[in-house]
Design a protein around this ligand. Structure first.
Ligand code: FE2
Length: 438
């Protein structure tokens, strides 16, 4: 007897016609033909009708303290990263705990609707009031029943550069923030950046915490803090627990240097977190033409065995006026910017939004196996490639075995002579027989 039985689902690994039995909060059975036996009973039966059933989405890089603040106190007129940072600096002294919590909770509502149930958010610790940390810690508790929220102590104005940067970050960790952040390329000098990487990795090692740094988010090919981050990871025995976010300078680096750097990163088991929406929007701003794309070397890093996961980074804040908590939109942009449109590429991109991100966050019980947590999303698409192409509707979202969101399928009514009276973009539009180029 299952509490819920989802029958006839397609899975991201290519299996079709699979039934998933859920008991309590976990997957009790996942196999083909489970529902064929007349003895199978379930409290609720959901017919997936050949749609894609996936583990819930995971966003490994977000800014929950800034989200939905677009327009406060004014708009980013140049649309640049630096004006965004300056604008955030203007807004920060006026932030209140209540408003921060309200905006974050609204964002989490949207995230649930989009099947996004795991988020790692950076929290700015530059203002010694630490109202951001206080508010996000409360949000972490309030959303716990439906979202796992990990918090990173993030010295936006520089660990050494901000007047009380060191003290504030330490206090935020004392308050219960989960991960040590950093922003070495924003320190005053390269040397200060290097020193910040060392100090922050040591702090993480002392406290037994993971590290996730905004690292080399610049077009400057000489911004090479990722090298120090990898070396420090190895020196301190932090392999697998350290993430390098953005790493956009790698796009501009000399190939010879990168041929040495990527193996070093692999040795350190660095988790790589590009943010395709923000990267394509904010990088290359000093270029005329040709203009760089500014996203890190996704294909090469994946090929070297590094764990690559994509972040949304921002939604409607001083840096990015777009976004809708849709990790498929993030993947959609990744396909374009990384030029990964092959059949295997799209599978890898989908994994980067789910299983790879789960590994970055160190999530336990995440997966589509017997015994895993039933944190699932049913998509209006037949496979990962179609889900990415359509940014598919999330028909059903499940958290620990309980349905927490439903959305009606996107089906348009047509009023045309001699044509069907409706069109479902995921069922009625069939590609030709030739697959995408591999
Ligand atoms: Fe970020």
């Amino acid at each position: 007897m299952f509490d819920v039985l989802i029958k006839n689902a397609n899975l991201p690994d290519g299996r079709t016609g699979v039934d998933v039995g859920i008991r309590g909060s976990r997957i009790a059975a996942i196999e083909t033909g489970l529902s064929a036996g007349s003895t199978v009973e379930a409290g609720e039966i959901i017919d997936a009708t050949g749609r894609l059933l996936s583990t819930a989405f995971v966003d490994p890089h977000f800014h929950m303290d800034a989200t939905l603040s677009l327009g406060l106190p004014r708009m980013n007129l140049s649309g640049t990263l630096l004006e965004g940072i300056a604008l955030w600096g203007e807004l920060r002294p006026t932030l209140t705990r209540e408003a921060l919590i309200e905006r974050a909770l609204s964002y989490c509502d949207l995230a649930v609707a989009q099947g996004l149930l795991f988020i790692r958010s950076h929290v700015d610790t530059s203002d010694p009031r630490l109202v951001t940390a206080e508010a996000m810690l409360e949000v972490r508790e309030r959303v716990k029943p439906y979202i796992d929220l990990q918090l990173v102590a993030f010295p936006q104005d520089g660990y050494f550069r901000a007047p009380e940067g060191v003290k504030s970050l330490t206090r935020a960790l004392d308050m219960g923030i989960d991960v040590v952040g950093g922003i070495p390329h924003f320190e005053r000098t390269m040397e200060a950046g290097t020193a910040s990487v060392r100090a922050l990795c040591e702090l993480a090692a002392e406290r037994g915490l993971p590290v996730d740094m905004h690292c080399d988010e610049t077009d400057d090919p000489m911004s090479r803090h990722i090298e120090t981050l990898a070396a420090e990871t190895i020196r301190l025995g932090l392999q697998g627990r350290v993430a390098g976010s953005h790493l956009t300078s790698m796009h501009s680096m000399d190939n010879y240097y990168v041929s040495k750097l990527i193996p070093l990163m692999a040795e350190a088991k660095i988790n790589v977190i590009p943010n395709p929406l923000i990267n394509i929007m904010l990088q290359g701003r000093h270029d005329s033409y040709p203009k760089r794309r500014g996203m890190t070397r996704v294909r090469e890093l994946m090929a070297a065995g590094l764990n690559v996961s994509f972040g949304h980074d921002c939604v409607m804040d001083p840096w990015y006026s777009m976004g809708s908590a849709d990790m498929l939109e993030v993947g959609h942009m990744a396909i374009h910017v990384a030029q990964m449109a092959g059949v295997k590429d799209k599978t890898q991109i989908f994994e980067a939004l789910t299983v790879n991100s789960a590994r970055t966050l160190g999530l336990e019980g995440y997966g589509l196996d017997k015994g895993c947590q039933a944190d699932l999303v049913l998509l209006q698409a037949r496979d990962p490639a179609e889900a990415l192409r359509l940014k598919a509707t999330r028909l059903m979202v499940m958290r620990r075995g309980r349905i927490i969101a439903r959305t009606a399928p996107r089906i348009s009514r047509l009023f045309l002579q001699g044509r069907p009276d409706s069109v479902d973009p995921a069922s009625d539009i069939r590609p030709g027989s030739r697959p995408d180029p591999a």
